[in-house]
Design a protein around this ligand. Structure first.
Ligand code: NAD
Length: 248
């Protein structure tokens, strides 16, 4: 029987790869044998060198996911893809009620990166995947979409963007279910990454079921699973990975 978790020869496009969770997802996919295209606002060249030296076929690109023409260009350059793993994201900390005129700009930027960006990516990979009759799409939402930031005082823009993304997962899943393409997401709880550190807030980890924050690789591996052929009958799923902090 074939090992459906094996990504050997599978071409995976990982966004946000210069970040903590994206880097972990790229490393997990590489460890499972995938060929990679890794992207971030600045091309993640250092990660590309690390993965290349470990034997992975990898190309790095600079890409702003919120610019549709650039997304289409880079996805075309990257060549036919078996999986898209989107780990890009934007989070801004601030007091939105007291934020002056700036907060609307930040709201729009958050929606651009966290919702429009993934939509641009999905839109760009779908035609090729549909033509080949196979594809896996893995997106990264957040526990904040449902809990509205119970562990972290988040901005409404972040909550709205991640809630919107969860709805989009289900929308695309239905749209392409008969084309051999599955669309799923991981919904992480608090993970120790630069994004979380930038929030500059204390975490009462003693009250968390596991008494700790998550590690980037604890999201990277589940994302790699969503990029695998083990997801044949699984689509539209938003999977909690939060150390037991909140359940659907
Ligand atoms: N860290 C957490 O606690 C946590 C919890 C829930 C969800 N998430 C989500 O996980 C994902 C990864 O976050 P992380 O914690 O690794 O943060 P991170 O800041 O380390 O990584 C995010 C990456 O996205 C990139 N990015 C930002 N705007 C972009 C754009 N317009 N185009 C392309 N790339 C862009 C950044 O450059 C960065 O490398 C995000 O979607 C985040 O919202 C994180």
């Amino acid at each position: 029987m074939n090992n459906a978790f094996d990504l050997s020869g599978q071409r995976v496009f990982v966004t946000g790869a210069g970040g903590a969770i994206g880097g972990a997802a790229a490393r997990a996919c590489a460890a499972l044998g995938a060929d990679l295209a890794i992207v971030d606002l600045k091309a993640p060249d250092e990660l590309a060198r690390e993965l290349h030296d470990a034997g992975t076929k990898v190309k790095a690109y600079a890409l702003d996911n919120s610019i549709r023409a650039d997304v289409e260009k880079v996805i075309t350059e990257a060549g036919p893809l078996d999986a898209l793993c989107d780990c890009s994201g934007y989070y801004v900390k601030g007091d939105w009620m007291d934020g002056g005129d700036d907060w609307e700009t930040l709201y729009r930027k958050t929606m651009d990166v966290n919702v429009l960006g993934p939509v641009n990516l999905v839109r760009a990979v779908l035609p090729g995947m549909a033509e080949r009759g196979t594809g896996r799409i893995a997106l990264t939402t957040s526990m904040a979409a449902r809990t509205a930031g119970s562990t972290l005082a988040v901005e409404p823009a972040y909550v709205a963007s991640k809630g919107g993304l969860q709805a989009i997962v289900r929308y695309f899943a239905r749209q392409v279910a008969d084309k051999g393409i599955v669309v799923n997401a991981i919904s992480p709880g608090p993970i120790l990454t630069p994004l979380l550190i930038s929030a500059n807030q204390p975490f009462a980890v003693d009250h968390y079921p596991m008494k700790r924050l998550g590690k980037p690789e604890e999201i990277g591996w589940p994302l790699a699973f969503l990029c695998s052929r083990a997801t044949g009958f699984m689509t539209g799923a938003v999977i909690d990975v939060n150390g037991g902090m909140a359940f659907s």
